[in-house]
Design a protein around this ligand. Structure first.
Ligand code: CS2
Length: 497
């Protein structure tokens, strides 16, 4: 056996020194050429898209290597470059960890350092798909309407200086403009984010940006670019030092940025690609005509209940999803949220039993080997609440129902903005609107003043939702109860009512 020294680092040169227990690329990496530019190479895409694509590359589809772009700066780019794009995926199975070194990333870049190199890659005819996982806020949208936020500072800057873009819509539009000018057909834009109708949203935002920039370019994109929708799913907590230490033990060498994930993986993709695609279905993806019902099921049932566990869990000092879901009150609440407010809004999907899907979700949330922090999921509430909870609530209201669980959660989120848990533990609200939200929470005393000020943020609460007086009242009653009794007692009372 090769002896390993603790300071050995993962790279092409050290691949053959990995222990036999570590799955690794068995194909010739030098023969892989890029075909996809992926924007947003955080943990999620490296547990999902990169793995599906790795399977296809290993099966011989070597022209679909991924160029990873981090729009957030150089840290991850530098680690990936030093490792020749390799990274470790630690799959936490019930019986133990299954480590796998993935080789599908063949180049790494970041904004703003490498803007021109990235644009050149995107304009290259070899690039046939641009995939995106930049989370809700990366779309520079007004979260309530899903339209481009034309006052967003990055959007304003990119409209003023379109050839050196900093925003995702600006970058994609400039790349498409360069292809159009060079007579190169456009790539397909594939959003892999948790947004309702993610492809339609990407389409709306990018064509709007392009039209404001240049009407003819907007029209060309409208006519020529495909924006398929996808439903993506794999629970992937942020990488911690403990994960790094585990990876070092498993590999016998260092990986600067490993990823830890659950065994479950799912991808449903609308089959609409103008320049081809890898045969992802042979790697387990489901290719369909209409993804929207799958998206609604996942975004509402999984992500909606995740957000519930995030806000209730943080207030009740439950550190992880596992801890929160193991709490009797939170567990009962999530079951009611599913049954009363969310499952009834999911359209019928042939062959899929939604209550069964929620039972599977409960099992996944109760995986004790996954430390998915409630505070991590609590981030970006202003962006996550509308698609996960407020859109289904509005549908229920229009159908004459009273989505009381969602109203209770909106109240819990309002209480969460005070940055102090029930026991007095301090935490930080991470949100693009954090300054505004926490200022309101600090200034407005009493449930009515707090709720009214927050309802006034039209980026979150649409005027249409606010016309439902009963919903506003339910939020207010829940908030009064939470502020006077505390979250645990208010939750108990709510569930008993
Ligand atoms: C989570 C998601 O952080 C969050 O908001 O709800 O990242 C969730 O873990 C994934 O969507 C699961 O596929």
């Amino acid at each position: 056996m090769t002896s390993l020294s603790a300071d050995t680092k993962l790279s092409n040169a050290t691949l053959d020194r990995l222990p036999a227990s570590v799955h690794r690329p068995a194909y010739d990496r030098t023969a892989v050429t890029p075909g996809i530019v992926h924007i947003g190479i955080g943990a999620f895409s490296r547990a999902h898209l990169c793995v599906y694509t790795e399977e296809r590359i290993a099966a011989g589809e070597t022209s679909w290597g991924l160029i990873g772009v981090d729009p957030m700066g150089p840290a991850l780019r530098d680690v990936l470059r030093a490792q020749d794009g390799l990274y470790t995926l630690v799959v936490r199975e019930a019986k133990g960890d299954a480590p796998r070194v993935v080789g599908s990333i063949v180049g790494a870049y970041c904004l703003p350092d490498d803007t021109q190199e990235i644009l050149a890659r995107m304009a290259d005819p070899a690039t046939r798909i641009v995939t995106i996982t930049v989370s809700e806020k990366g779309y520079c949208q007004d979260a309530a309407t899903g339209n481009l936020d034309e006052k967003h500072p990055l959007i304003a800057a990119d409209l003023a200086n379109p050839t050196a873009p900093r925003s995702v819509p600006g970058l994609i539009t400039e790349a498409l403009a360069r292809r159009r000018a060079a007579g190169v057909p456009p790539f397909t834009v594939l959003s892999c984010d948790n947004l309702s109708e993610n492809g339609h949203k990407a389409h709306r935002i990018i064509t709007r940006f392009a039209t404001v920039r240049d009407a003819a370019l907007g029209a060309w994109i409208e006519q020529n670019v495909a924006f398929p929708c996808t439903m993506v799913d794999r629970i992937t907590p942020a990488t911690t030092d403990a994960v790094r230490a585990d990876a070092t033990k498993l590999l016998g060498m260092e990986d600067g940025w490993p990823v830890v994930t659950e065994p479950f993986i799912q991808w449903v993709v609308e089959d609409n690609f103008t320049l081809g695609r890898p045969a992802w279905e042979k790697a387990g993806a489901t290719m369909v005509k209409d993804v929207v019902p799958f998206e609604m099921m996942k975004l509402r049932c999984l992500n909606g209940s995740h957000s519930a566990l995030a806000y209730l869990g943080t207030l009740l000092d439950r550190e992880t999803v596992y801890d929160a879901m193991s709490d009797k009150l939170c567990n009962a609440f999530v079951h009611r949220l599913w049954a009363e407010d969310l499952v009834p809004t999911v359209p019928a999907i042939p062959g899929v039993d939604v209550p069964d899907y929620t039972r599977q979700l409960e099992e996944r949330f109760l995986n004790p080997r996954i430390r998915h922090l409630t505070i991590q999921i609590s981030s970006d509430g202003s962006q996550k609440l509308p698609p996960r909870l407020l859109e289904p609530a509005l549908e229920r209201l229009k159908a004459g129902a009273e989505p009381r669980c969602v109203a209770f959660l909106v109240a819990a989120w309002m209480r969460f903005l005070s940055e102090k848990s029930e026991s007095g533990r301090a935490y930080k609200v991470a949100d693009p609107l954090a300054a505004r939200l926490t200022a309101i929470a600090a200034e407005k005393h009493g449930a009515a003043a707090l709720a009214e000020a927050l309802f006034g943020i039209s980026d979150i609460f649409t005027p249409e939702l606010l016309t439902f007086e009963g919903f506003r009242k339910d939020v207010l009653t829940s908030l009064e109860s939470i502020l006077s009794l505390g979250t645990a007692k208010a939750l108990g009372k709510f569930l008993g009512a």
